[in-house]
Design a protein around this ligand. Structure first.
Ligand code: PMP
Length: 307
């Protein structure tokens, strides 16, 4: 399969989309990006991009924080993405990565006076976390980045060093995923996922002021839980020990989708098996992303059919 990228204003084979080792974004992590999924529906023989507009709106917010611009308006970004997937001809689930970065080849740490570049590519993609079993998570010894250091509200390239440290620690210690606490010791999110707890039938998730990335999946789950499953959802400050007494918990994210957690720091959640609400949320999510629920069909952009 020939993969393509949109790079320096044109579509090129992915292997030809190359930057210099002196590129500012490579030297200093000065870039922001999105991760978007497209799902292949066998029933409809169609590829659906999930919540593309919301992802590009977040990219625009990241750019505002980092004093950058993608150089294309929202409509153009979405059209380029559809065109890219058509060129690649995907008939399977895939992952789309748009990125805005400081492209000048220059030494010196700042954001202003350096030109911005935009690159977009897509690759076939399966599961990011193992969905066949419940995950075992560990509260990380690494403190999460904060709004006054590298703001998590922006999806900043360099911020993922913090995530990589936590994830590696969790894997080294025999866990599947890390849970970050904020600098003041409250629950924040996973290394690349938002987090929900279930307590007494209610969903609880750290508030947007808890140094989280304002996740598109998080918002999706809040809407689906309230509107379709009739669940109460509370966004608030979450204490560490609430993790240990939760009935259920799950990670959500574009990559993670809905990934149930069965154990945190050696303490089984509920009876230690994947919980019923986690399963319900996961099943509904997978129907929605494939365009199978008419009410939310507007979240799914068809790639090959009429737009
Ligand atoms: N938090 C972090 C740190 C992430 O990297 C991601 C993945 N983009 C998420 C949360 C989930 O966000 P979304 O649902 O928009 O993919």
């Amino acid at each position: 399969m020939q993969l393509y990228a949109f790079f320096e204003g044109e579509f090129v084979p992915l292997e030809e989309a190359k930057i210099s080792v002196m590129t500012h974004g490579f030297l200093y992590g000065t870039g922001c990006f999105e991760g978007i999924r497209a799902y292949w529906s066998r029933e409809e023989e169609e590829l659906f991009i999930f919540r593309m507009e919301e992802h590009y709106r977040r990219l625009e917010r990241s750019c505002r924080i980092l004093r950058m611009s993608p150089g294309y308006c929202l409509g153009e970004l979405m059209d380029l993405t559809v065109e890219l997937l058509r060129r690649c001809g995907f008939k399977e689930d895939c992952y789309i990565r748009p990125m805005v970065y400081k492209k000048d080849q220059v030494i010196g740490v700042k954001l202003t006076g350096i030109a911005d570049g935009f690159v977009l590519f897509a690759i076939p993609f399966g599961e990011y976390l193992d969905l066949s079993k419940g995950l075992r998570a560990k509260v990380s010894s690494w403190v999460h980045l904060g709004d006054n250091s590298i703001p998590m509200r922006a999806k900043v390239v360099g911020a993922y060093v913090n995530a990589a440290l936590a994830k590696s620690e969790a894997l080294d210690d025999g866990y599947d995923e890390a849970i970050f606490l904020t600098a003041d010791g409250h629950v924040s999110e996973g290394s690349a996922e938002n987090l929900f707890l279930v307590r007494d039938g209610e969903l609880i998730t750290p508030a947007v002021t808890s140094d989280i990335l304002e996740g598109v999946t998080r918002e999706t789950i809040i809407v689906l839980a309230r509107e379709e499953l009739g669940l109460k959802v509370c966004e608030r400050v979450v204490d560490r020990t609430e993790l240990y007494v939760a009935d259920e918990a799950f990670f959500v994210g574009t990559g993670a989708q809905v990934s149930p957690i069965v154990e945190i720091d050696g303490r089984p959640l509920g009876d230690g098996a994947i919980g019923p609400i986690s399963r319900q949320v996961q099943e509904l999510y997978f129907r929605v992303v494939k365009g199978e629920v008419p009410k939310y069909r507007h979240w799914c952009t068809p790639v090959y059919g009429q737009r």
